[in-house]
Design a protein around this ligand. Structure first.
Ligand code: PLZ
Length: 460
């Protein structure tokens, strides 16, 4: 498809204070029509997006370090995705795969079966949202094992549906007031090195021991599944201590528990490999993908061992929109975009550039506690240098300063004290560096202001 637009300039540009007058006007209209339960990280209305730029309705060009929460990894206007979707749009938009079938659905399943870790025989089921796919992974694991319990982890995020809310760790804003929740969900410590009480070097072994204890107390033979993100997203971009995922894999094997890896945020090339669990050398029994899989259209999947995937009785899985033809077409475009390996290489380059800008802050800015992540999934955590008390105030102020300067960053973490970077993998290096300079300056300034405020308070 040939775009009717001229290419969007890949440079930051502030024509109006952010949010500009048109965005403020649209925000007012939105407030009069849309449920106030929906928040917005940056209340600007977008006109176009391309490469590493979001252009708003006031003509501001904002650097995109969010990718719509790790969705537009191949870019928000990727030519492969556009071509596939346009061609499908011309043929039909929907039949419901449970009514009459279409080839795109099978093609997406074939790609996932072939490219997800593990050379064993696999099948895939497609859905629309991440939460829906996680729920279905649990349905599959329960059907296959005949067991009720599910083990999840501290800081974990799996969605906003009733079951996935129960699996999600953080209460506010995700769960508050929405209970009662489904039972049979058990939570184990996550081997996050920075705050592990016994020290980072013991995080993996001690967390694994805690998992064994929880299983022993509740009867390991009652657990259908354990579900973990290979790098926790909403929870704070927490990279598990080395050996933790491999240790969990062993525990799951020992007890016949289905090992489910939620790659919804970390997967599909984000970390420099197609799947984040490849870094840990572990193979899931069921791997859950979404977000970047559909290149901006709603598509999610559960891929795994045929024995498990076919354990559900015929008719037991489905959904009106599950694997919608347009979303499948978009995914086939995403696969094409990944074919030559350049996007994975970009993720590695992004990591090098981001680390070069942010790691020096570990020495120069006391409240910078950690720079972590993999590939184009990187974060910086703010905490008191001595007590490690989370400094959400700094993360919030830094994000606000970045937003005002035209750089969209998102905050995450249980304590809201982490700034995460999720640029599209197609972002230009100059643009990336411009955004990082804004971020670095904001961190230096906010940290200096915070310490001045502390000194003033002490002097008073
Ligand atoms: N599992 C690991 O990251 C979605 C949530 C944003 P859905 N993360 C963004 C918000 O506040 O709602 C996510 C995830 C992981 C599952 C999900 C859920 O995916 O497509 O949002 O349902």
């Amino acid at each position: 498809m040939v775009s009717t637009f001229s290419p969007l300039l890949q440079s930051r540009h502030i024509s109006h204070p952010i949010p500009g007058p048109r965005s403020r006007q649209l925000q007012e209209q939105r407030n009069g029509e849309v449920s106030s339960a929906f928040g917005a990280a940056l209340p600007v209305f977008i006109d176009r997006a391309e490469g590493g730029i979001l252009q708003d309705v006031d003509g501001n060009r904002i650097i995109d370090f969010a990718s719509g929460i790790a969705v537009t990894s191949v870019g928000a206007t990727n030519a492969f995705v556009q071509a596939k979707v346009a061609a499908q749009l011309d043929r039909f938009t929907h039949t419901c795969f449970m009514v009459t079938e279409y080839e795109g659905f099978t093609e997406v399943c074939r790609w996932l079966n072939a490219h997800t870790p593990g050379t064993f025989d696999k099948r895939t089921a497609l859905f629309s949202t991440g939460a829906e796919a996680v729920e279905n992974a649990i349905k599959i694991a329960r059907s296959a094992t005949g067991r009720p319990n599910v083990l999840v982890f501290d800081e974990g995020y799996h969605g906003r549906s009733l079951l996935t809310m129960a699996m999600t760790a953080k209460e506010n804003p995700y769960k508050l007031g929405f209970g009662p929740f489904p039972e049979q969900i058990f939570r184990a410590p996550n081997a996050a090195p920075l705050r592990w009480p016994g020290g980072p070097e013991n995080a993996a072994s001690e967390a694994l021991a805690a998992v064994e204890a929880i299983l022993a107390e509740n009867g390991p033979e009652s657990f259908a599944a354990m579900v973990i993100e290979p790098i926790q997203g909403e929870g704070g971009f927490l990279v598990p201590a080395e050996g933790f995922l491999a240790g969990l894999r062993k525990i799951a094997d020992a007890h016949g528990i289905v090992f489910v890896i939620d790659e919804i945020q970390a997967g599909m090339g984000r970390t420099g490999t197609l799947f984040a669990s490849e870094h840990d050398g572990v193979e899931a029994d069921l791997i859950v993908t979404a977000k970047a899989l559909g290149g901006g259209l709603p598509l999610s999947a559960v891929t795994g061992r045929t024995r498990l995937m076919n354990a559900v009785r015929p008719g037991g899985l489905g959904g009106t929109y599950a694997g919608n033809p347009l979303a499948c077409a978009a995914a086939l475009g995403v696969f094409e975009a990944f074919e030559d390996g350049s996007l994975l290489a970009n993720a590695a380059t992004i990591e090098t550039v981001v680390r070069a800008h942010l790691e020096p802050l570990l020495d120069s800015v006391a409240v910078v506690a950690e720079v972590r992540g993999r590939g184009a999934m990187l974060a910086i955590e703010f905490a008191d240098p001595i007590t490690l008390e989370p400094r959400a105030d700094i993360a919030k102020a830094v994000a606000a300063a970045c937003h005002a300067a035209g750089v969209l960053v998102l905050v995450c973490g249980t304590y809201g004290n982490v700034i995460r970077l999720l640029p599209p993998l197609v972002i230009g290096i100059e643009l990336l560096e411009d955004g990082l300079r804004v971020l670095t300056a904001a961190i230096e300034q906010q940290a200096a202001e915070a310490s001045r405020a502390l000194q003033d308070a002490a002097a008073a």
